[in-house]
Design a protein around this ligand. Structure first.
Ligand SMILES: *Cc1c(COP(=O)(O)O)cnc(C)c1O
Length: 446
């Protein structure tokens, strides 16, 4: 196997963050790049391997974000690098709908075999999560000859025009960017921590509420698809209560509605299953994937029932770069790494370490209202002690402390008060423990 010139997997903070060289280059960033772009961690990266980012000042930062759930197999994972290097020498692009090639087909075969459901499946490859979701909706509308799409509170499905409409949160995703696409209907999402009714009945009450609204406000026969993230990502790692997803799937099946699971963030071993739907045996008609699929190269997919995926006319689907051969080579390296290195089990082990430690920290610091998640997709929600009022100020302070001490942690949540953990699944126990020590020290400064 190729030597990827690996970085030692240790944290090392030599300068303030950002250091002088990064600070200088960040001025060029401000000059040259759109002001509409955010920045979670203010350094310039020189190199990254597995769970360590090296910046141009020589700092080694622990990556607990994986580039937003992308580098599940680690940054520049050896099998990904090896396959991409081989492919880039052979050919870089033909366009699959001009002259096809094998690795696109292989990626689709793997997805067809490994996504939930044993029925005949087919796939389509595209470039981004948003594009996958757009295509899933196109396909669902074409197949059902219906137009309405049901989505949920706290949802995030992307930033293109259709996916902005599907996404719940106005600021920063939608503000000033309308008009939005029509025939999108948003339903209440059961948010166990913030549920106002009796939590013992959350699943039955929520299902009844949602199905009643669909029947009375839209008409079930007008609905093409119900689209949901099996664990809500950007919205704050909200885990729907047990039984909710199977109940929705049943309602969809009974009413000729396609059930689409958006596994863009929760897929590829992240939650301790290959796909998060597996936890409750949910079998969607269509699954959208992206992020973790390409190990950092841009790739996304729609996979699902062969009859649905075949329903559109020839050339109704496609695009210039979708399923680019370099991205497909990377994906094959990702699949091989997940399987051969046992990353599904590794995500469960990381989940144990994370949830145990986060619960310990919660017992000491009353600003933590809840620890939740599954596998290596965990989060903590920060509140004002003694209430459930969101505490974005405390979150900002803890994140800042972690930054200064060389730990990259991402935030999330409709109320900007959730700290989310998405470490690469190849992170060592030592590195993860070191990062959690820094996090705890951050809480101690509040
Ligand atoms: C990130 C994300 C998307 C959008 O993916 P992009 O590749 O950024 O377009 C869609 N759905 C979910 C659940 C996501 O987390």
């Amino acid at each position: 196997m190729i030597d990827t010139d690996a970085l030692p997997q240790v944290r090392r903070v030599l300068t303030a963050i950002p250091g002088p060289k990064s600070a200088e280059m960040l001025k060029r960033r401000t000059e040259a790049t759109s002001g509409g772009l955010g920045m979670a961690f203010p350094v310039i990266v020189e190199k990254a391997h597995d769970a360590i980012l090296l910046d141009i000042d020589g700092n080694q930062i622990i990556d607990l974000g994986s580039g937003i759930g992308v580098t599940n197999v680690g940054n520049s994972a050896p099998r990904v690098v090896e396959r991409v290097l081989k492919q880039v020498r052979e050919f870089t692009h033909t366009n699959f709908t001009t002259a096809p090639y094998e690795n696109y087909i292989e990626v689709c075969e793997w997805l067809n075999k490994n996504t939930p459901g044993t029925f005949a499946k087919k796939s389509l490859l595209v470039n981004s999560g948003a594009e996958a979701v757009e295509n899933a909706i196109k396909i669902a509308r074409h197949f059902t000859k219906r137009q309405a799409v049901v989505v949920f509170e706290h949802a995030y499905h992307g930033r293109t025009n259709l996916t902005m409409a599907l996404t719940a949160k106005n600021m920063p995703y939608k503000e000033g960017f309308g008009p939005f696409a029509p025939e999108i209907y948003r339903m209440p999402l059961p948010y166990p921590y913030r549920y106002e009714g009796d939590v013992a009945n959350i699943t039955s009450e929520s299902l009844e509420h949602v199905t009643h609204k669909i029947e009375k406000e839209i008409g079930a026969k007008n609905v093409a698809a119900i689209l949901i993230e099996p664990i809500i990502g950007e919205g704050g790692f909200i885990v729907p209560p047990k039984g909710f997803l199977p109940g929705l799937q049943k309602f969809a099946n009974e009413n000729g509605i396609l059930f689409i699971a958006d596994e863009v963030q929760s897929g590829f071993a992240r939650t301790g299953h290959l796909f998060a739907c597996e936890e409750e045996g949910v079998v969607p008609d269509l699954v959208t994937t992206a992020k973790g699929i390409g190990g950092g190269l841009p790739l996304a997919a729609v996979t699902g029932r062969a009859d649905v995926m075949d329903s559109s006319h020839i050339s109704g689907l496609g695009g210039t770069y979708g399923g680019n051969p370099l991205a497909c080579a990377a994906a094959l390296g990702v699949f091989e790494t997940i399987e051969e290195d046992g990353l599904v089990a590794r995500a469960q082990a990381i989940g144990e370490i994370l949830s145990t430690r986060l619960n310990e920290i919660k017992s000491k610091y009353s600003v933590i209202g809840e620890v939740r998640g599954r596998g290596a997709m965990q989060a903590i929600e920060l509140i004002k002690p003694g209430t459930k009022d969101p505490n974005p100020e405390a979150m900002a302070k803890v994140i800042k402390y972690c930054q200064q001490n060389g730990v990259l942690i991402l935030t999330a949540g409709t109320y900007a008060n959730v700290i989310r953990f998405l470490p690469p699944l190849v992170i060592t126990d030592e590195l993860l423990r070191d990062a959690l020590d820094v996090l705890e020290a951050g809480f101690a400064t509040l």
